[in-house]
Design a protein around this ligand. Structure first.
Ligand SMILES: Cc1ncc(COP(=O)(O)O)c(C=O)c1O
Length: 497
């Protein structure tokens, strides 16, 4: 607690004479009472299990630990945050809260009635409550001199923490979603960086025939965006992979780089490459191949596979992705790309990711009978996250079932090896179709106060729009309300016709 932390700093208790001791104690009790009165007014305290008594035994990390715990204990009415880097106090001593979208006021307790629901971003805020409940297991302390070098170790060219590498292999082994034995791993600043690393490494150099980069519609927009942005003479974006299905053989001197997202962003389908042939290089993006989003049917084992911590642990802001690669030459090319591009991935991020992965793995190790949903899910990431995503999808299914103007993608229950049972769909996004001809679905939703991602970002027809199910509870609740109002309004309008 902040007030106790204050005491620790200011009272070397054991060496004081008794009378001074008593005076300090009374003073501190008064101070504590005052703090409680002030804090009670605005930024309610959270009981996040801070163990300040242990801080007494800390050395150089004490100040940082105190600051981190002091910030973390405010709930901001459950609709905001006090983060350690921006921790400031208002004049009345209450903390400055950073309110969630749609919430206002010094303690974030007021809802903005005109707020637009933002269902555009793939920000995985739905996992924040899990990490709050597991704040001790997931916390990282970074010493000021921690791995300051460009390299992970003196005398080695490595940019990749061996401990992180072990944890990445261990999380795949735990989940059973990818083969990593005898495979190479390259880290990227998010899997975003690895998209171009793969394109660059798979393209022929200085050829009169550049590689054609494709993906089946609807595709994740960054494949197109990055290819066009980097504008290399070695490759070019040529659009929908299906347009080349019949032609890859006749174009056998052209390299095709096909991005295959599985399960897909936006529609959660378990995609396979649509192009076949020696000249086709498929890059499998498995950002969402984790048990909270889809059933794990088998360990995937393609030539190049991309994963990201963003959708696994939810730490999108830490920017860490990895590629699992079969071929040594390709691994070396991608490694060189990262070296020239950013000289590796932040060591601070690697440390944090190592701790987070260890926390997930040890949560499962400590629990017995991990296949049973009955197990205490508070420390089991996938057992916590799957029901959250499932409830959100069920809610959308219920809302849209009352509508014949909008429809959702069709997803089926599938057997999940990780949970050891058939699981119902729990996708990251809804891929909504407006059933009326010629309707611009993103514009229809925008009019109703819901921002989705328009179909053109995915190369698709404007009758579709992507809605994110990944955001914080608050954002999802506002989105749910707006969606319900839109569907109910349509229904009443139709009934009165
Ligand atoms: C399919 C897919 N690939 C890659 C990314 C980028 O992930 P990262 O945060 O690791 O850069 C995303 C992010 O939304 C995604 O949906």
């Amino acid at each position: 607690m902040a007030q106790q932390a204050f005491l620790l700093q200011s009272s070397p208790i054991s060496s004081q004479p008794h009378s001074r001791w008593g005076f300090l104690l009374i003073l501190s009790l008064l101070f504590n009472a005052l703090c409680l009165v002030i804090i009670g007014k605005h930024g309610q305290l959270l009981n996040r299990g801070s163990k300040t008594e242990n801080l007494q035994s800390l050395g150089w990390s004490r100040k940082a630990a105190e600051e981190a715990e002091a910030a973390a204990q405010y709930s901001c009415s459950g609709h905001g945050y006090v983060f350690v880097d921006t921790f400031r106090r208002n004049q009345d001593g209450t903390p400055v809260c950073e309110c969630n979208e749609c919430y206002l006021g010094p303690d974030c307790s007021e809802i903005d009635p005109n707020c637009v629901a933002n269902a555009d971003s793939g920000d995985p805020g739905f996992l924040e409550p899990f990490w709050m409940a597991n704040s001790e297991a997931g916390a990282t302390v970074v010493p000021a001199w921690y791995r300051m070098s460009y390299r992970i170790k003196d005398g080695s060219a490595a940019m990749f923490s061996p401990e992180l590498e072990e944890q990445i292999r261990a999380i795949h082994a735990l989940v059973g979603n990818a083969v990593t034995e005898e495979r190479y791993i390259v880290l990227g600043t998010g899997s975003m960086q690895l998209i171009n690393a793969a394109i660059n490494s798979l393209s022929p150099t200085q050829s009169s025939n550049p590689a054609q980069v494709v993906a089946a519609v609807p595709y994740y927009g960054a494949y197109k965006g990055q290819t066009e942005l980097f504008d290399s003479s070695d490759n070019l974006w040529t659009g929908d992979a299906r347009a080349f299905q019949e032609r890859t053989k006749s174009l056998n001197s052209t390299t095709f780089i096909e991005f295959v997202t599985s399960p897909n962003n936006p529609d959660a389908q378990p995609n396979e490459a649509v192009l076949k042939g020696k000249n086709v290089k498929a890059v499998y993006d498995h950002a969402y191949y984790w048990p909270h989003f889809t059933a794990i049917s088998h360990p995937v084992d393609e030539d190049i596979m991309l994963f990201t911590i963003s959708k696994l642990t939810g730490h999108a802001g830490s920017r860490l992705g990895w590629a699992i690669i079969k071929d040594y030459d390709l691994y070396q090319k991608m490694y060189l790309y990262i070296q020239y591009n950013t000289l590796g991935v932040s060591h601070d991020t690697q440390l944090r990711a190592t701790t987070l992965l260890k926390a997930i793995i040890s949560g499962y190790k400590q629990s017995k009978g991990m296949k049973a949903f009955k197990t205490d899910s508070k420390q089991l990431l996938f057992h916590y996250a799957y029901p959250v995503m499932r409830r959100r999808w069920e809610s959308l299914e219920r809302i849209f079932s009352a509508s014949d103007r909008f429809s959702l993608q069709n997803l089926q229950p599938l057997y999940c090896n990780f949970f050891g049972k058939v699981t119902d769909p729990s996708p990251a996004y809804a891929w909504v179709k407006c059933e009326r001809e010629e309707e611009d679905c993103a514009a229809v939703l925008e009019k109703a106060g819901i921002i989705g991602r328009a179909a053109k970002e995915f190369g698709a027809d404007k009758r579709y729009v992507r809605l994110s199910l990944l955001r914080r509870d608050d954002a999802f609740a506002v989105f749910e309300r707006r969606l319900q109002a839109l569907v109910s309004h349509n229904k009443t309008a139709q009934e009165s016709m």
